[in-house]
Design a binder for this molecule. Structure first.
Ligand code: PSU
Ligand code: MN
Length: 309
C-alpha cells in the first residue's frame, strides 16, 4: 500500500454533518462493550449510552475498527458485529490503531484509542466508565494504562467515574499531575471511586454544572495541549455497598494474581471477578455509571458547542 492510500478515520454521515455544522458530538468507546460488560447487557448499555447522548442534544459517535476500517460513529449492526464473541475483537489502545488498520483487524477501542480517533476528526468530548490508571505494584511492573499518556497528549475532555477499583488511585492521580492533566470533580471535591461514590482522595478543582465544565475545558485548551478529566461520581443509589466492594476488590486482586494476568488482560479479569463476588451487582453499577457519564458528556458537549465552538 502506497502512503497516499493510507486510509483516514472514517466518520458516519450523521457525525460528519454534526461536525460540519459545529454541533455537539460525543465519542464513546467500545472496549467497555466488547471486553468490559457481559452479554446481553453490553449491547443494552451501548444503546442506552447513545440514547443518553442524544437526549442531551448531542450526536453519539461510538468508535471501533471494523476489518481494518477505523470508524467514529458505528452503526448498531457494527457494534453487534464487534461484540460477537466469534469475531474475537481485539482491545485497541492508541498504539494499536495503525497496526489494526494496516492488518485488517477487528477491534474495540479503549479510552486511549478512542480519543486518538476522536481528536483526529475534531471531536473533543468523550465518555467512559472508568479511566485506566496505575496498577498496584507498578513501580516494579511498569503497568500503567496508556490512557494516561494518551490524555497527556490529546486535548479531549473525558468524563469518567474515576479509575477502575483495582488500581493504585493515589499513584494514578500523581501521574495525572505529572502529565499535566487536570482532574475536576463534577459536583464533588473528592475523586470518585468507580463503584463507590468517593475514593477518599481530595481534589483541587470542581465544577457544578455542564456550562462550567465546558468553560473550564475551553480555558484549559487555550493554554495547554493536554486532555481534561471530568470525574463524575456514580449516583449513590447505584453505588456498591462498601463492605461488598472491599470483599470483591480482594477477590479481584486474587483472581489477577492467581491467573498470572498481565497487560491488557488485567482489567477484564478484574471486572469479571467483581461481577462474580457481587452476584452481578457490580455490572449494574457499571451500567448505571457509564450511562450517566454519557449523559453528562452530552450536556458538556452541547455547552461547549454553543459557547466555545
Ligand atoms: N470503563 C469501564 N469498563 C471498561 C473500561 C472502562 O467501565 O472496560 C475500559 C476502557 O476502554 C479503558 C480500559 O480505556 O478499560 C483500560 O484498560 P487498561 O487498563 O488495559 O488500559
Ligand atoms: Mn495495563
Amino acid at each position: 500500500m502506497s502512503p497516499s492510500s493510507v486510509p483516514a478515520v472514517h466518520v458516519s454521515e450523521e457525525v460528519r454533518a454534526a461536525l460540519d455544522e459545529r454541533r455537539a458530538v460525543v465519542a464513546l468507546e467500545s472496549t467497555i462493550i466488547v471486553q468490559g460488560l457481559p452479554a446481553p447487557m453490553n449491547l443494552e448499555v451501548a444503546d442506552a449510552c447513545e440514547a443518553a447522548v442524544r437526549a442531551a442534544g448531542a450526536v453519539p459517535a461510538t468508535a471501533g475498527v471494523l476489518a481494518g476500517r477505523a470508524i467514529l460513529g458505528l452503526a448498531r449492526r457494527d457494534v453487534e458485529a464487534l461484540a460477537d464473541p466469534a469475531r474475537h475483537a481485539a482491545k485497541l489502545s492508541a498504539r494499536d490503531l495503525g497496526l489494526a488498520t494496516a492488518q485488517g483487524v477487528w477491534g474495540a477501542t479503549t479510552v486511549a484509542g478512542t480519543i486518538a480517533l476522536a481528536h483526529r476528526v475534531g471531536v473533543s468530548v468523550m465518555a467512559t466508565g472508568g479511566l485506566g490508571g496505575v496498577h498496584q505494584g507498578a513501580s516494579q511492573s511498569f503497568d500503567e494504562s496508556a490512557d494516561l499518556m494518551a490524555l497527556s497528549r490529546t486535548p479531549v475532555l473525558v468524563v469518567a467515574s474515576g479509575v477502575k477499583s483495582i488500581l493504585d488511585i493515589p499513584a494514578t492521580l500523581e501521574r495525572l499531575d505529572s502529565l499535566g492533566v487536570p482532574v475536576v470533580g463534577y459536583r464533588t471535591r473528592h475523586f470518585p471511586g468507580f463503584y463507590l461514590e468517593d475514593s477518599g482522595v481530595a481534589l483541587d478543582w470542581s465544577v457544578d454544572d455542564p456550562a462550567s465544565a465546558a468553560a473550564a475545558f475551553a480555558h484549559h485548551r487555550a493554554v495547554s495541549p493536554t486532555g481534561f478529566l471530568l470525574a463524575n461520581p456514580v449516583a449513590p443509589a447505584s453505588a456498591l455497598a462498601r463492605d461488598l466492594h472491599d470483599r470483591a476488590l480482594a477477590a479481584a486482586h486474587e483472581a489477577v494474581r492467581a491467573g498470572g494476568a498481565t497487560g491488557k488482560a488485567v482489567t477484564p479479569i478484574m471486572l469479571a471477578a467483581f461481577a462474580r463476588v457481587t452476584a452481578g451487582e457490580s455490572v449494574r453499577t457499571n451500567r448505571d455509571l457509564v450511562i450517566a457519564n454519557a449523559a453528562l458528556a452530552g450536556r458538556v458537549a452541547v455547552a461547549l458547542a454553543s459557547t466555545f465552538a
